[in-house]
Design a protein around this ligand. Structure first.
Ligand SMILES: [Fe+2]
Ligand SMILES: [Fe+2]
Length: 193
């Protein structure tokens, strides 16, 4: 359904379960960064009115998610820690060559965003199915649906603003690259680690 070419090793949940504070902290920043990405698309491409409208709604929704994760942290007696480095995203964003036209740059940003949403959605699904903590299981089930919608929306925009055939080829190549990255991941208590 998400197009991903390599599923996360389900044992990742066993690692996560041992450190809920860590996963919630990392997750909170994933939501904050999703909101930042939406805002940066508004700043970078203000003439794309449909994109601006949807990114405005998305920034709000992602900050709503951030708030929900933050509440979970507070309710468990913790305080939000510092941002964790997301090696997965750093490596992922090396895929498309730098430079090119503005339109190309937009398509690449949209495809990266679509993939990060898709992988996050897959991780949320895994958590909702495998985690023993019932409160978090339900929490991740609800979030999974939101992220699946975001994945579809970003892919739709990439196809709208780029040449459809080219975009589909790039998407496929990016999925292959991501599957290679994923081979070494699923071993840390972070959302994409
Ligand atoms: Fe989100
Ligand atoms: Fe999202």
């Amino acid at each position: 359904m998400l197009g991903l070419k390599l599923p996360t090793d389900p044992r990742w949940v066993n690692i996560v379960e041992k450190n809920i504070e860590e996963i919630l902290t990392d997750h909170a920043y994933c939501e904050q960064k999703a909101a930042s990405t939406a805002i940066s698309l508004i700043i970078g491409f203000p003439e794309k009115s449909e994109l601006v409208k949807e990114m405005t709604a998305l920034a709000r929704e992602e900050m709503g998610h951030f708030n929900m994760v933050h509440d979970k942290i507070i309710n468990r007696g913790w305080v939000l820690g510092r941002e964790r480095k997301d090696e997965y995203v750093v490596e992922l964003m090396k895929f498309f060559p730098k430079g090119g036209s503005r339109e190309t740059h937009l398509v690449h940003k949209l495809l990266y965003a679509a993939l990060i949403e898709a992988r996050s959605c897959e991780r949320f699904r895994l958590l909702s199915e495998e985690i023993d903590d019932e409160e978090l299981s339900e929490f991740y089930r609800n979030l999974m649906v939101s992220e699946a919608n975001h994945y579809t929306m970003f892919l739709k925009f990439a196809r709208k603003y780029g040449n459809k055939e080219e975009v589909d080829q790039k998407w496929n190549d990016l999925l292959d690259y991501e599957a290679q990255l994923m081979k070494d991941l699923g071993k840390k208590e972070t959302m994409h680690g």
